[in-house]
Structures are given as C-alpha cells and as structure tokens.
Design a binder for this molecule. Sequence first.
Ligand code: HEC
Ligand code: HEC
Length: 319
Amino acid sequence: MNTSKQVNAMIGLLGLLVLVLGAYAINEGNRQQAAREEILERDIVRGSKMFVNNCRGCHGMEGKGSEEGAFAPALNRDSFLIIDEHNKDFEPTPAGDAAKVRTFLRTTIACGRTGSPMPTWAERYGGPLSDTKIDQLVTLLTTPGAWEIYKEISDEHLEEVYPDIHDHDEAFQKDKDATIVKLADVPTLSVTEANCGQYTGTTASEFRIRDPFVAKGSAPATGGDATPKGKAAPSGPTVKGLPVADFFKANCAVCHGQNRQGGVGPALTPARLTQADDFYANTIANGRPGTAMPAWRQTASLTDDDINNLVTFIKTVNP
Ligand code: HEC
Ligand code: HEC
C-alpha cells in the first residue's frame, strides 16, 4: 500500500477525532449549564411551595409586604437579588457581597428575629425546616426571575384549594382573606425570644436598600456600601444617595407604615407632626431609648443633611 496515502488517511482520521472531541466538549458545557439550571429551578419550585405554606400570611401573597396589605416587610425585592456570571446585562455580584446577602437571609430565616413575630424556622433551633429547605427559600429570594416561577406555583395551589372557583381573581381574593394575618391580630402573635439571630430591623436596612444592578462595563461594585451604583444620581433631596421616599420605604415603613399611617411607631404625616423640626430631627438622629425607634445617626451613619431631608419629607409631603 502507498505510504503517503496511509499518512493522509491517518491525518484525516485525527482531524475527525479532534472535531468530534471538540463538539463533545462544547456539548458537555451545555449539558452542565442545563443541569445547573434544572437544579436551580427545582430549588425555586420547592422554595415557592414552602413560601406558599409558611410565609405568605405575614409577608404577603406575592411576598410584597405592606404593598399587598401584609404587616411584615416585603421579601420580593430587588435588593435581595444576586446576579450570577451568566447574566448578559449586569455585572455579577461580587462574591463577598453575595455571601453577605445569603448569610443575612439564611440566619434571619433560621433564627427568626428577636423581639418581633418573625418565627424561628431552623430545625436545629426547634423550628420545622432543615438547612436544605432554608437554602431553597434563600434561592427563591436571591434568584432573578424566581418570583415568576413562584406565581405559577401559587396559582397551582389556588386550583387545588378552590377547584370549584374558576375565576382566578375570585379564588385569589378568597385565599388572601383566609391567609393574610390581619393587622388587628398582630399583637396576639407570639414574639421570638432571644436566640441565634444577629440581625435587627436596623442592621437589616443595608440589605433593603442595596442595588444589585450594575450595568455591564461600568465600575464593579464595592462591598458594604449601601449607596446604589450604576445608576444616575437621583434629582431632589436624598438620604444616603436614595430619594427620600425610597429610603423611607426601605427603612422606616416597617414600623411607621408604607403610607406613613402608623404601625409599631406613630403615623408620620404633616397633619400629625406639629412640633418644631429640631424635635423630630433629634428623634431620628438619637432614637427614643426604651422604645423600638432606632438611633439613625449611629446605626445607619446618617448625616445632618440626611436627617433634615427626612424631617422635611415627613412634615411637608403628604403620603
Ligand atoms: C408570623 C409572621 C411571620 C411569618 C409566618 C414569617 N415571617 Fe418573616 N418576618 C416577620 C416580621 C414581623 C419580620 C420583620 C422583623 C423586624 O421587624 O425586624 C420578618 C422578617 C423577615 C426577613 C428579614 C427581612 C428584612 O427586610 O429585614 C426575612 C428574610 C424573612 N422574614 C423571611 C421569612 C420566611 C422565608 C418565612 C417563611 C418560612 C417567614 N419570614 C415567615 C414575620 C413573619
Ligand atoms: C423598629 C421600628 C422603627 C423603625 C424602623 C423606625 N421607627 Fe420611628 N419610631 C418608632 C417608635 C416605636 C416610635 C415612638 C417612640 C415613642 O414612643 O416615643 C417612633 C417615633 C418616631 C418619630 C417621632 C414621632 C412623634 O410623633 O414623636 C419620628 C419622627 C420617627 N420615628 C421617624 C422615623 C424615621 C424617619 C425612620 C426611618 C429612618 C424611623 N422612624 C424608623 C419605631 C420605629
């Protein structure tokens, strides 16, 4: 047989092998990606089912808190989202920030919140949920798009519970009436005792105002800073770089109400606030010792300008 022909055939075969192996490697990458997505979706589905059964009553049918007439803070919020490296539009969340957000959510859910009705959920502290299940809840709260999957799960739940009601909105309203804890019943809820929890409503504030969206190509986010990045500075008065109303929603509404109508703390509306500005500035800066009202100058490093902007807002802007 002709040797050069043999060599040519060998080279051809080698080339084919390279092609096949290359295609296999590409496919393997896709397969791994698909497997990752499958696991993620499975965790979100499981987290959603737990949220339907355990969390909606206090945090809202869609996790949106007071916006939906629920008394506990919103959990369906951008500030808890973690952006992964596959996102096309936004920079991935730096690993340190992502770990901080996960730790905050995981320990809050596991331990509950001392002095508030937020229950202790972890089995190891006497609650009903394993660490794996708590992680599935954290995945629901931190994955962009997860609340869309939650919607499907909660609609399936509606069909199971009210098979005879074919109008979605009617079934939803009925379920909501049966599920949401009424404001009048809040004082009768049991309050979580001191335990493993290291977060309070005040130390939670940095996680409520965090902005996870940093446009691709802009400067990477630095850890620990609560000011939003990757967006144009807002016009009008601000507190820590946020429009006053947004800062209020994220930090004060938990106690004073989404529309400043009052709750744990008194209503903060122009009609009610008849004292001098200094009086309220002093309250916000130093808190009211012996009550739930935090000292914001210290806990959130608010400046005098920040505090004055808050006072002007609550005394002059009607909700
Ligand atoms: C009985 C009412 C109640 C139930 C049920 C409940 N929570 Fe809460 N939760 C609260 C309250 C109240 C707070 C705010 C505590 C505070 O003021 O610091 C809270 C706070 C939180 C926070 C911290 C949010 C923040 O911005 O500080 C997370 C996370 C959370 N809950 C998750 C859950 C999850 C997940 C479930 C279901 C497994 C759940 N909660 C069930 C009442 C409840
Ligand atoms: C953890 C609950 C809580 C949070 C969060 C909170 N407050 Fe308060 N706040 C209270 C309570 C309770 C009082 C009433 C204290 C008292 O009885 O003297 C109060 C009182 C006040 C008062 C005095 C009202 C009056 O009529 O004397 C102002 C002003 C005020 N808060 C502003 C704020 C602002 C602004 C924020 C957000 C930066 C905020 N609070 C966040 C619980 C809270």
